[in-house]
Design a protein around this ligand. Structure first.
Ligand SMILES: Nc1ncnc2c1ncn2[C@@H]1O[C@H](COP(=O)(O)OP(=O)(O)OP(=O)(O)O)[C@@H](O)[C@H]1O
Length: 339
């Protein structure tokens, strides 16, 4: 996904046109899908060359969640998002947004897929006015109010009259999100919204996503950054090579992983022996520290036993599993991106 200026390019693509509908609404599967903002069933996209970009995807995105759609580059995130928005026709399977057929839902869905191309010499406000004018469902008489509200919502009210080219990367991306928020939205779908941003811009966009979610909008956001999803999201789905590896709340995803204890000590050999004797598993003795899987042993009990055995404990910490641990556990592979 890119969000950049294409000087002289024709004005940005208008908001996605509704498809003719997806047929019968998908019946709610068990597990709260009735309250879902997005439900897909067997959603599949096979491109003409035979490449299966998305393979039988069953996704349930709870309303009110900030849902991280996580996967390495090429794992099928953008293709899924394009299918959700009716920009790509699925080869098979169904998708339902906001509990109604796609055409009905799309006016309540804001999206940032390929970032809109803004004119560098126009102000943020004028760019949004042009963007709004391209939406044939929007009432031109209320365009100014809509644009002002969207700019205010992303914190650009004070910079509304500034030319786009003077905007920082973060401001540019916030303007793109403002474009997705021109109407009243229940669901916001963002494809890699922090991609290509500097650290400041990334912080701005992450903070904005949290604010929008706090107002009750469900946010579905794709990312190839594990750390980003951990910081920003309440729920996540993990994709790998077009397939869904896992989905759920972050707490639920991590729950299958046993926490580890890390003991800082000069007596690594003795500490490792004590921990093994206590029943801790997967004990690793390193330079000045021992780590082990806690299993059912309470950390304070392990600490007391170490001290009783005469181990000099300099520090002891319980390390909660990360999403990366979950990913590695599920796939046997590392997540091939940096944080
Ligand atoms: N129009 C297309 N024709 C053929 N293959 C495609 C097309 N679009 C995507 N693909 C392939 O489908 C797979 C999934 O791509 P997709 O862009 O959905 O992944 P992604 O997770 O969004 O990755 P990225 O973050 O790199 O865009 C990739 O192997 C890609 O090369």
């Amino acid at each position: 996904m890119t969000t950049d200026t294409k000087a002289g390019a024709p004005f940005a693509a208008s908001p996605p046109l509704p498809e003719s509908g997806t047929g019968t609404p998908v019946p709610a599967p068990p597990g709260g899908a009735r309250d879902a903002a997005i439900v897909t069933r067997g959603l599949t996209k096979r491109f003409r060359g035979g490449q299966v970009a998305v393979d039988s995807l069953d996704l349930v995105v709870p309303r009110g969640s900030v849902f991280g759609f996580l996967g390495p580059n090429g794992s099928g995130k953008t293709t899924t998002i394009r299918m959700l928005l009716g920009l790509v026709t699925p080869t098979s399977g169904t998708r339902e947004l906001l509990g109604v057929p796609l055409a009905e839902a799309l006016p309540s869905v804001g999206a940032l897929v390929e970032g809109p191309a803004f004119y560098p010499y126009l102000s943020g406000r004028d760019n949004l006015l042009r963007y709004d004018a391209a939406d044939r469902t929007a009432d031109p008489r209320t365009a100014r109010e809509r644009v002002a509200a969207a700019l205010d919502r992303v914190g650009l009210a004070a910079a509304a009259g500034k030319r786009y080219r003077a905007y920082s990367l973060g401001m540019r991306q916030r303007l793109a999100i403002a474009a997705a928020l021109l109407g009243p939205r229940e669901l916001l779908i963002l494809d890699e919204p922090t991609n290509g941003l500097d650290p400041q811009g990334t912080r701005e966009v992450r903070a904005l996503i949290k604010e929008i979610a706090a107002e009750g909008v469900t946010v579905f956001v794709s990312s190839h950054l594990l750390a980003e999803v951990e910081q920003m999201c309440t729920h996540a789905a993990i994709m790998r090579a077009g397939r869904l590896v896992a989905q759920g709340s972050l707490a639920g995803l991590r729950a299958g992983e046993v926490p580890r204890v890390r003991v800082e000590t000069p007596d690594v050999a003795r500490a490792a022996r004590v921990l093994r004797e206590l029943g801790l598993m997967d004990v690793h003795a390193g330079e000045g520290e021992v780590t082990a899987s806690l299993e059912d042993v309470a950390a304070e009990h392990a600490n007391a036993e170490l001290v009783r055995a005469g181990v000099a404990v300099r520090g002891l910490a319980v390390v909660r599993p990360s999403l990366e641990d979950v990913f590695v556990e599920l796939t046997g592979e590392g997540f091939d991106v940096d944080g």
